[in-house]
Design a protein around this ligand. Structure first.
Ligand SMILES: NC(=O)C1=CN([C@@H]2O[C@H](COP(=O)(O)OP(=O)(O)OC[C@H]3O[C@@H](n4cnc5c(N)ncnc54)[C@H](O)[C@@H]3O)[C@@H](O)[C@H]2O)C=CC1
Ligand SMILES: N[C@@H](CC=O)C(=O)O
Ligand code: NA
Length: 438
């Protein structure tokens, strides 16, 4: 049978990996797919660089629309990124009856509802394994492998850049900016790296996982998003002393007690003994807890050229196997049938329940600790552990670190305001969320 023809839009980090892996492993991939898969056209604004990568193995054009207009092309891979031109091109490709593979989590987390609806109307597939945790087949696991389960929660290190920054800062004592530049050089960071360090990229991915896990539409605008830019070295150190590591986690959790879903990204204390706490560098790891299967863990490279290409090509193979099947017999885009998605609300951050780490810089005098613990007790927040450490900031000051048991975020916020108002609390209180992930 003639190879299936693929058009590649954008041949940068992931695009070049995709082209190279597909070329290198073409025979093995053909044996799996049942048919050859060939990238016959490539579009990139940087035509010269694209030609250097593909040589004479594919036709290179500057205008992506030339690929969409080509009736020979069955599948379009979108690896440009962003919400602008990528959205237009993906919708145009769908309307032209092409299947789409994309690694663009930003696009799908924000415009997924529109894109999946357009694809279903046209009877084409939009595949996005590379969009979450790069090479780790977490989309496959959530859509297919775990399909028997009521998923309880999903929690993951799903941004390689920030995990790399946290690891390098802790292990080598390097500055934030230096490590970020290195992550950019290695091809891990987004075109706009604030998406990485402010938690936005992780929230895009958590949004997609929440939809797959709970059968809700993608709703990035409802996600609570915090990055790592405000994290202080002192808290990383104190957390270690208490037996925890700080990781930027994307979390999606079902809350049957209130009939909602928690969707949040923030630095999180995780027990150092958990496998996920020991995931270092640009590696990703996702934990999924299902009612039947229990806790599962998926680990691997979440960013970079060939690891991400691995996921893109897995989608190409899936589409090659399935494109002649009746659309009703394909796996639904978001794991649940499109007409079975529910409007279960995403909870506001005030309704979220977690344990907390608090650091208070206080005057080193009698009665300070009891005034703090009284406020927590009055707010029904119970204390798990307390640590007191001399502060480097000056004499007669001390750092009090408190770990609490689980409480509602709104209650903690109110208690924090009261504690902050104490004259003996000398600096803004640091509060971080803590998850046991058991
Ligand atoms: N780099 C990584 O490790 C990962 C990236 N992704 C996603 O993959 C996508 C691509 O990322 P990268 O390869 O890192 O980006 P990149 O910036 O390395 O590559 C993008 C390419 O698109 C080209 N381009 C830009 N506008 C274009 C247009 N209008 N027409 C044709 N070509 C155009 C650029 O010249 C460039 O070669 C993004 O959505 C990103 O979020 C997903 C997982 C991992
Ligand atoms: N910028 C992202 C790339 C992969 O999605 C990351 O650092 O994880
Ligand atoms: Na993946």
């Amino acid at each position: 049978m003639k190879p299936i023809q693929v058009g590649l839009l954008g041949i940068g980090t992931v695009g070049s990996g995709t082209f190279n892996v597909l070329t290198r492993n073409q025979e093995e991939i053909r044996r799996r797919a049942g048919r050859g898969i060939e990238i016959t056209m490539v579009a990139d604004l940087n035509v010269e660089r694209a030609r250097e990568i593909v040589g004479d193995r594919a036709r290179v054009v500057a205008d992506a629309r030339e690929i969409i207009a080509n009736p020979e092309i069955d599948i379009v891979i979108e690896l440009i990124g962003g919400y602008g031109i990528a959205r237009a091109l993906v919708l145009e490709a769908i309307n032209a009856g092409k299947h789409v593979v994309t690694a663009n989590k930003a696009l799908l987390a924000v415009h997924g509802t529109e894109i999946f609806a357009a694809a279903s109307a046209k009877g084409v597939m939009v595949a996005f394994e590379a969009a979450v945790a790069g090479g780790i087949p977490i989309i496959k696991a959530l859509r297919e492998g775990l399909t028997a389960n009521q998923v309880q929660w999903v929690a993951g290190i799903i941004n390689g850049t920030t995990n790399f920054i946290l690891s390098e800062m802790r292990d080598k004592g390097l500055d934030f900016d230096v490590v970020l530049k290195e992550a950019q050089r290695l091809g891990y960071a987004e075109a706009d790296p604030t998406f990485d360090i402010e938690g936005v990229d992780a929230a895009h991915k958590a949004t997609l996982m929440s939809a797959l896990a709970f059968g809700i539409p993608v709703q990035f605008d409802k996600a609570h998003v915090e990055g790592i830019t405000k994290l202080a070295a002192a808290d990383i150190r104190y957390a270690e002393q208490l037996g925890y590591r700080i990781k930027l986690l994307g979390i999606a959790k079902r809350r049957d007690d209130v009939g909602g879903i928690e969707l949040r990204v923030h630095p999180t204390l995780v027990p150092a003994k958990r496998l996920i706490a020991n995931v270092e560098g640009a590696m990703n790891a996702v934990m999924v807890q299902g009612d039947a299967v229990g806790t599962t863990l998926y680990y691997g490279k979440g960013a970079g050229s060939e690891p991400t290409a691995s996921a893109v090509i897995a989608d190409l193979v899936d589409i090659t196997r399935l494109h002649t099947a009746d659309p009703d017999h394909r796996v639904p885009h978001l794991a649940f049938q499109a007409d079975e998605l529910r409007d279960t609300p995403v909870l506001s951050i005030d309704q979220v329940r977690t344990a907390f780490y608090l650091r208070l810089r206080v005057a080193d005098q009698k009665g300070v600790l009891s005034s703090i613990t009284s406020i927590l007790a009055a707010s029904d927040i119970s204390i798990d552990a307390v640590l007191q450490r001399e502060s480097n900031e000056g004499e007669h000051q001390t750092d009090v670190i408190i770990l609490t048991h689980e409480t509602q975020e709104g209650a903690m916020r109110a208690a924090l305001a009261q504690m902050q108002a104490l004259p003996t609390v000398l600096a803004p209180i640091v509060s971080l969320r803590k998850e046991e992930l058991a």
